[in-house]
Design a protein. Sequence first.
Lengths: 370, 370
Amino acid sequence: MGDRDKALNERSRYLARQDRLRRLLHRISADALLVSHLPNVRYLCGFSGSAGLLLIQADDATFFTDTRYTIQAKNEISGATVRIAKKGLLNAAGELLRARRSLRRLAYSPAQVTVAQKQALDSAIARKVRWIDDLSSVEKLRATKDQGEVSILREAAAIVSKTFERTRRILHPGIAELDVAGEIERDFKRQGAEGPSFDTIVASGERSAWPHAHPSAKKVATNELVVLDHGAILRGYCSDMTRTVFVGKAPRRVKSLYRAVQDALEAGKAAAKPGAKSQDVDAAARNVLRRAGLGRYFTHSTGHGIGLEIHEAPRIGKGDETVLVEGMVVTVEPGVYIEGLGGIRIEDDIVITARGAEELTTAPRNLIEL
Amino acid sequence: MGDRDKALNERSRYLARQDRLRRLLHRISADALLVSHLPNVRYLCGFSGSAGLLLIQADDATFFTDTRYTIQAKNEISGATVRIAKKGLLNAAGELLRARRSLRRLAYSPAQVTVAQKQALDSAIARKVRWIDDLSSVEKLRATKDQGEVSILREAAAIVSKTFERTRRILHPGIAELDVAGEIERDFKRQGAEGPSFDTIVASGERSAWPHAHPSAKKVATNELVVLDHGAILRGYCSDMTRTVFVGKAPRRVKSLYRAVQDALEAGKAAAKPGAKSQDVDAAARNVLRRAGLGRYFTHSTGHGIGLEIHEAPRIGKGDETVLVEGMVVTVEPGVYIEGLGGIRIEDDIVITARGAEELTTAPRNLIEL
């Protein structure tokens, strides 16, 4: 495919997304949507920088950025008119809105706009508009991935799976958690990823019982569990995989805990298919641990969507009634955390297919004793 | 110093900061301040996690977090009462505020609270309160560092200076930008840093003309400029240093551009001293480039404060009248960006001293030809 064809393809992808969005906006009678959350901006027009604002109207889209991004916007933006704002993005968007007096009902996302930003917009618009909650319209679209997105997510997952094969070879007693994390993140970049999709977790020994432990200068020691929770960003898309290894020969108690978590993982993945609800996947994993008498040690939800963000819709948790559909990409990550003993978590990324789910992360899931 | 002495020291540091803050709040007649921005929370009570809220009142301080951080809060928090929120942090803070009816004028930072958060707070408080802008009180305090902070910032700067010495040895034609970034970030962690203070920039050839280019799979080639903009986080504090090198023998044009940027850097640093204004530092650097006929290629401000955040007060830019005082730590980073040719930026971190400024980053500033 030539560069020109590729550019046209990009353009039609963004225009198609904007049109799907317009149908959602029509339902809430919005004349326009102001998109301020950067992953949403990227999804709708391709911009990957750190200062951008997108205004979606009935028949066009306008992208605002500042002078730092003039060249980058020219290269990246597709399906929107670019305006370089001299006196602030909000001000530029507000001035455009002021001029288009037919725009009365403006949708926005109250969770993604600060009080100060809203005040600045109101003062730039300088006329009465009706602000309405966009009901997470863009997030709803983003929850279901198209084929192009799934194939990037598959590549991002392959990167972390491959890195893990290398990590298990360098993990040895005496290496600092921070060193392991540094090696992992370098390996992501070596494979062409932009970097880690979140701060890599390497937690050994008692620290493995903290679900959100940051890697420390602590050295990995013999007879310890080590939780590795990590993922790569590739062309904006995130992978997220956890593996837990044992340094030394695992005692029976650790083996039986590990087996329970692995069974919970497999049960969760088996429950994931079109038509099932998010809460069914959570319940399937949770029930395995509950039946093993470990329910109280599983202190978080079973998973979450991944895509342009490391946590996005749908949430895979108790009480979540989202119906899974083909193209959703989610994590399944049961775990147990026992103070004093340590933690075990195993996590895969899966994509919902026509009949079930396909694993994107492929590193071995059985207990590895190093 | 024993563990107990250390803990008492920490406690008095946080209490002193809270008291300085109360004097600022008194000026705006605030009964309490709700601190939601995490670097501000960390500055005032030591919490380094990702879910925390701090309420500063006239005679006490209350810290709210969720169940994931019970253990961590116990270990980290000093100078505040810890409350573990079961149904959301905003809800817990709102309930406490509801009960204390004497609190009427509540300060907050409109730029750090979303519209949705404010709505949630109002509904939990369930009585009329007067919200007032805190006028960036915490940021104002944070702009001037104490000796303990300066010494951590000095260490964080030493890490990036040392990493650069290693980077110049591994930079060679054929290595991918991403690979260089991976090596740099691994080296930060090897030296005990938590990680990079922002996504490391390695931009070569034409890409060096994009001030915010992310590293790509592009390989560094002979006769190219390479901009390396990077920094480490150490115990929460950020360093930020840019060096530009030439791969091969630099042509005259590049040498003369480089000299102009280096002169601008030195002029900026020389203008930084107690009593000078931010804009004076900016003007000193900018005038050098302007006199060299390069004014239009210097498209951003000259610098910014660094500390618990990579960009914080004061901004070193046109029209900024902040008076510099001893203990402020800022970057000075002039640059020129010429489409087709490439970019050159050189950046140091400096601390304002009693009589002038001291450089924290120390890597060589002359043009390095590799």
